[in-house]
Ligand binder design. Structure first.
Ligand code: NAP
Length: 256
């Protein structure tokens, strides 16, 4: 028996990187998956990949900064796939070019809207699981290449991203405490640097790639499938007593 048989999962940011790998992994474990992304074509592509492998899926366009749309996406999942057991609040943007408001809107408010709508709904339906994607940046400050070289910008470039991801850890703990008795487990995953389109710019030259790899004691970056494995675990009954946890999947980045 597969680990997510008869479950229905909604994944945000499902059109790329960690969200796509997790959608595929959930489906392999037997879940029906609603693939949601601001990039509708990308979400449809992930759903099509699941269907081609014999799984059950659907797709929708979702901007997680839209409070009402997040609520509506949960209802659409129940309508189209017949239930809702798992929400993976994964959509996010890097701190690169987006400003403070946009990073906080997507990475923190987007996660909050998911929690706010899904936690009571799952509780009412008899229980469920919510997983949020935080980051190593939810636990420690980031060491940029410039800072590592001794350059000290007036404003650290990762500030908004780090603040948003620390906020996700806080929200995870609060909702876990508030909903534990109502059958809803809430956890987050804190990845190190992972090879997805989000980090493509940082890895485009060999020097950048080597610098990032050197920050991880395993001497390499993560693969999206390695984060997906953690998401499957947290979504499954193997994690039935895990609640309010920050699951670090970082090749040892934060162990130093
Ligand atoms: P990714 O490959 O860029 O995928 C993110 C997906 O989310 C993209 O399809 C993106 O669409 C979508 N998205 C962006 N804004 C959205 C919005 N407002 N509403 C709905 N979807 C939206 O990035 P990833 O690396 O898989 O990142 C997934 C999560 O992991 C993020 O929360 C990220 O912060 C976190 N994370 C990543 C790393 C890493 O090293 N990659 C490390 C730690 C944590 P567009 O492409 O159209 O923007």
């Amino acid at each position: 028996m597969t680990r997510l048989e008869n479950r229905v999962a909604l994944v945000t940011g499902a059109g790329s990187g960690i969200g796509r790998a997790s959608s595929l992994a959930f489906a392999v474990e037997g879940a029906a998956v609603m693939c949601a992304d601001i990039d509708e074509a990308a979400a449809q592509d992930t759903a099509a990949q699941i269907a081609e492998s014999g799984g059950t899926s659907a797709a929708l366009k979702l901007d997680v900064t839209d409070d009402e749309a997040v609520g509506a996406s949960l209802a659409a999942t129940i309508d189209e796939l017949g239930g809702l057991d798992v929400l993976f609040n994964n959509a996010g943007i890097g701190g690169g070019e987006a400003g403070w408001e946009q990073v906080l809107a997507v990475n923190l408010s987007g996660v909050y809207y998911g929690l706010k709508h899904a936690a009571p709904l799952l509780a009412e339906r008899g229980g469920g699981v919510i997983i949020n994607t935080s980051s190593i940046a939810g636990l420690v400050g980031l060491v940029g290449a410039a800072a590592a070289a001794g350059e000290m910008p007036d404003e650290p470039p990762g500030g908004a991203y780090v603040a948003s991801k620390h906020g996700v850890v806080g929200l995870t703990r609060q909702f876990a405490v508030s909903y534990g008795r109502r059958g809803v487990r809430v956890n987050c995953i804190n990845p190190g640097y992972v090879e997805t389109p989000m980090t493509a710019g940082l890895r485009e030259n060999e020097q950048g790639r080597e610098f990032l790899s050197s920050l991880h004691p395993m001497g390499r970056l993560g693969q999206p499938e390695e984060i997906a494995g953690a998401a499957v675990f947290l979504a499954s009954d193997d994690a039935s007593f895990i609640n309010g946890h920050t699951l670090v999947v970082d090749g040892g980045y934060t162990a130093r």
